[in-house]
Structures are given as structure tokens and as C-alpha cells.
Design a protein around this ligand. Structure first.
Ligand code: CA
Length: 508
């Protein structure tokens, strides 16, 4: 795959027409840092927004995201269905649940079965076919590592044991013709990437800045980074504010300085946080990376405007899942149904088409792909394989009918059986849950598929989820939430539905 080696003019790069439909299609930029939680946006505490959520914003500085929100549709109830990197990314790309798209667990070499099905139709496959030029920059983490290092054939890209990082060869890029990506790697100031041609780059600078520079190059197109005759779709997947968040190697000092002198009483505004945990100092580095992302996102938006592309570009800002950061007494930042982990920021800016407002639509991971296609006017091209909903009629307010969800499904899978070599086979579907407009419920099982725990929270009256409502003493509420869960399990053809796990638990 060759990048076009011609000089294209800086002007005339605005998006344009679809060769198929003959109508103007918008560009799309989809920005999703990793582990960026919904409360790490300062605007939630400002007068317009504070009534839209019943928890406090983190004490972060996010001036660019605050301004962006004022021009966007801001969701307060979007969730990451299976709040882990790889499963979310599989759903995001395909609109299919993990059991169908292949990505059931976080991808690494001991989990070879968990990998994006090369045959699955991704959003980039559809957009490429529809006349878009698609680019991917940053963390992918949706494929099992393979022994395909372009510089060292027959070997993994590094010698970590087990290997987590991965190189994605052109035949597995699903319509992304511009490539500057890696699998997963967590050294924020020493990142690396493989480009379209498979050449590795080690830029030795803060990854968020470097990836923004690459995205700006893609926008400017000074070196023919993309086909200027086509509208573009760019996914920009920052790794920060993902861990590590322990020292100055993990963030920019200018950002850390904003939080350096804040005590735990200022840093931790959520009363469910346990600041005696060893992780407690991490909040300063985490918030520093939130501000780092904010600054670079602002730089990207400024360039978009400067190039005159902002009017016809849909820009989305979200994340793959949240971060507990000492809340709920857990050291696991994700993979739980708690608000801090499960709920994500989601903002859509589409000038003149999507009106600025706060919206409580319960968007989940599998809805994103069909909704993006709907926003671009390509709803006819949503593949039959998609299991999520096209919620674009709600966002565009265009009068089309739309089946708006009344709850979201939660999925937690753990490793299935391991063989003598430590290779994981299958999944253990440890927990399923739902979130409605008022309640959160999770039901977990042990390896014998016996009930191990039920969590029920009243998110209206207990926004920090500090009181688990005993299910045995609230049988009507429990039964109602189980009916909702049962419906969501059936709708998603989940293993809990196919194996009758919920029914058996309720019969016990
Ligand atoms: Ca992640």
C-alpha cells in the first residue's frame, strides 16, 4: 500500500462529495483517549451542566473540552458495555457484541482466541466502500499479538513475555488506508508506532502530542497523507490518561504543576474514594494527563478550524471506558459496573446538524458504529451483522423513527480454561448487569455458575453508589431489574441467555 507521493494543495481539501450517493458527506474525526472517565470534565460543575448529573466533576482543568461541549451534543448516560480496552474497541469498530466480533477479552498472546475477526465488517470497511479515506492513529488493541514483526519476521514485535503489543499488517486494517498505530504499550513518553508501510517509529516524546502532530499532518495533507478527493474518517486513539500514573515520566510537568499542591481533600471529590489506598497519589498524574489530552485536543480543533474544515466535520470525543481512581475501594481501574468505570464521556459536534444540548440517551458500545453511519447519512449501508442501534435520528432530530434504549447491558468476562501452556480457551462470563435511568444492577457468578454477588444501586438517591440495596429484601425491584436484564441478554443473544444462566440463578 503506497501513500500517494504527490504534492496536494493546502486549499481544496475540504470534504466533498460521495462518489456513490452524489451528495456531500461530512468528514469524521473520532477521538478516544483510554480510561478517560466521565467526571474528568470540568464543565459538569458549571451552571448549564450541573443539573444534568448528580455527582461532582473532578477538580480538573479542561478548557478546550469545556468549549467543545458548548458546541456539541453532550451525553450524560453513555456507557462502555464491557469496560475494557479490547472488548470496547471490537464493539466500537463492528457494532457487534464480543462473542460475534471475536474480541471477548483484553488481547494478549496467551488469549489468541480473543482477536478481531478479520471477516467482521468494521465501520472503516463500510466508509472505505462508501468513498471515504480512512486513517487510524494511536492505540488499536483489538488483535492478538502475532509473530509478524516487519523488521524481524517470525517474531513478536518485542520480547515481552507474555506479549501484549501487536503489529497489524495491511490485510487486517479493515479499510484504514492511512496507518500510524500499535497494539498496546504504556510508556507515555517513549511510544512507538508502525506506519502505513510497516515501518516502526520511536519518536521519544509525549504520545498525546506526537499523535496530535500526526493527526494535524493528516488534516493538512501537505505530503499526500490522504486522498484529498474523498471525505476522511480519522480515528485518534490516545493512550493517556491510562496508567502508568506514578511519576513525572508519565505526564507533562506543565500539566502536573496544576495539581502538584492539591491535597487529597481537593483531589478526591467523590465520597466513595478511599485515599488510604496506595494508588492515591496517582490522581495528580491522572488529572495531569486529562489536561494533556485537553490541550492537544484543543490544538487539533484549532487546526481543523484554521483549515476551514470544521463546518463539515463531525468531531466526537469519548473514551473506551472510565477509571475508578480509588473509588469503591478497588485497585482495578475498569472492568466493573461502577459509574467511574462504566460511564464514559461522549460528545458529538456536527455544526448546523446536531444542536448543542445535554442528552440522556443511553448510548452503548455497539451503538456507536451504526450511529456514526446514520449521522453521515449512510444508514442504508449499516451491515446486517450490526447488533447495536442507529441512534442518529435522536441526535439529528430529523423525525425518523428510532428505537431508543431504556437500559444498557453490562458484560464482564474473565479467562476461560487455561491449558498446560497457559493458553486461554473460551471465556468465563462472570457478571452481567443493567443500568436503567435510575438503577444499576450487577449479578455475578462463581466458576460453578452459582450466584456470588448482587449489586443494586439507586443512582438517583445514591449517586456515588455507596449503599448496595439488598436484593432479598427488595424483591419487586430485583424482579423488575431482572426482567430488564433478561430482555437485554436476549436482545444481545448473550451466553447468559443461550445457556439460561439467569433463569437458573433465579430458580435457585
Ligand atoms: Ca482501555
Amino acid at each position: 500500500m503506497k501513500i500517494r507521493n504527490i504534492i496536494l494543495p493546502l486549499t481544496g481539501i475540504a470534504a466533498v462529495s460521495c462518489s456513490n450517493a452524489g451528495e456531500e458527506l461530512p468528514n469524521i474525526i473520532y477521538v478516544f483517549p483510554d480510561q478517560f472517565r466521565i467526571s474528568s470534565l470540568a464543565f459538569w460543575d458549571s451552571p448549564e451542566y450541573e443539573g444534568a448529573v448528580n455527582w461532582k466533576a473532578d477538580p480538573v482543568q479542561t478548557p478546550n473540552l469545556d468549549s467543545f461541549a458548548d458546541e456539541s451534543l453532550v451525553l450524560n448516560s453513555a456507557v462502555s458495555t464491557c469496560p475494557l480496552s479490547s472488548p470496547h474497541r471490537g464493539m466500537l469498530l463492528t457494532g457487534m457484541y464480543p462473542e460475534r466480533n471475536g474480541v471477548t477479552l483484553n488481547c494478549m498472546a496467551l488469549r489468541p482466541e480473543s482477536t478481531l475477526n478479520p471477516e467482521a465488517t468494521c465501520i472503516s470497511d463500510v466508509l472505505d466502500e462508501a468513498g471515504y479515506y480512512c486513517g487510524y492513529i494511536g492505540k488499536l488493541h483489538a488483535e492478538t499479538p502475532m509473530k509478524n514483526d516487519p523488521a524481524n519476521p517470525g517474531h513478536y514485535v518485542s520480547d515481552r513475555n507474555p506479549e501484549w503489543d501487536a503489529y497489524t499488517p495491511p490485510e487486517r486494517r479493515h479499510g484504514f488506508r492511512y496507518w500510524y498505530s500499535y497494539g498496546t504499550f504504556d510508556v507515555h513518553k517513549d511510544p512507538h508506532y508502525w506506519d502505513t508501510e510497516g515501518v516502526r517509529h520511536d519518536p521519544k516524546e509525549y504520545s498525546v502530542k506526537h499523535e496530535t502532530d500526526k493527526a494535524i499532518e493528516f488534516l493538512r495533507n501537505a505530503n499526500g497523507e490522504r486522498d484529498a478527493d474523498k471525505p476522511f474518517f480519522l480515528m485518534l486513539a490516545y493512550n493517556p490518561p491510562h496508567s502508568p500514573y506514578e511519576c513525572m515520566d508519565d505526564c507533562m510537568e506543565e500539566d502536573y504543576d496544576l495539581y502538584r499542591n492539591m491535597g487529597y481533600n481537593e483531589l478526591y471529590v467523590r465520597p466513595n474514594a478511599d485515599t488510604t489506598l496506595a494508588k492515591a497519589p496517582s490522581a495528580r498524574y491522572y488529572f495531569a494527563n486529562v489536561t494533556g489530552v485537553d490541550r492537544e485536543f484543543g490544538r487539533l480543533l484549532a487546526e481543523l478550524k484554521k483549515l476551514g474544515l470544521d463546518d463539515n466535520t463531525i468531531v466526537i470525543f469519548t473514551s473506551d471506558h472510565g477509571e475508578t481512581m480509588c473509588s469503591q475501594g478497588t485497585l482495578d481501574p475498569k472492568n466493573s459496573i461502577y459509574t467511574e468505570s462504566y460511564c464514559v464521556p461522549f460528545m458529538i459536534r456536527y455544526p448546523d446538524r446536531v444542536r448543542h444540548r445535554i442528552d440522556s440517551t443511553m448510548l452503548c458500545s455497539v451503538d456507536i458504529m451504526p450511529t456514526l453511519l446514520g449521522l453521515t447519512g449512510l444508514e442504508e449501508r449499516i451491515p446486517d451483522s450490526v447488533e447495536g442501534r442507529d441512534l442518529s435520528p435522536v441526535f439529528l432530530e430529523d423525525g425518523r423513527e428510532c428505537d431508543v434504549p431504556d437500559a444498557t447491558l453490562y458484560i464482564r468476562n474473565l479467562d476461560g480454561e487455561k491449558d498446560a501452556d497457559g493458553i486461554v480457551h473460551g471465556i468465563f462470563p462472570e457478571a452481567r448487569g443493567v443500568r436503567t435511568d435510575r438503577y444499576t444492577m450487577e449479578i455475578a457468578i462463581d466458576r460453578d455458575k452459582k450466584l456470588s454477588r448482587v449489586l443494586i444501586f439507586d443512582d438517583w438517591n445514591d449517586p456515588y453508589q455507596m449503599e448496595n440495596i439488598p436484593y432479598t429484601e427488595n424483591s419487586e425491584l430485583f424482579a423488575e431489574l431482572c426482567r430488564t436484564l433478561d430482555r437485554k441478554l436476549e436482545e444481545s443473544n448473550d451466553i447468559w441467555h443461550r445457556e439460561g444462566i439467569l433463569d437458573k440463578l433465579l430458580a435457585q
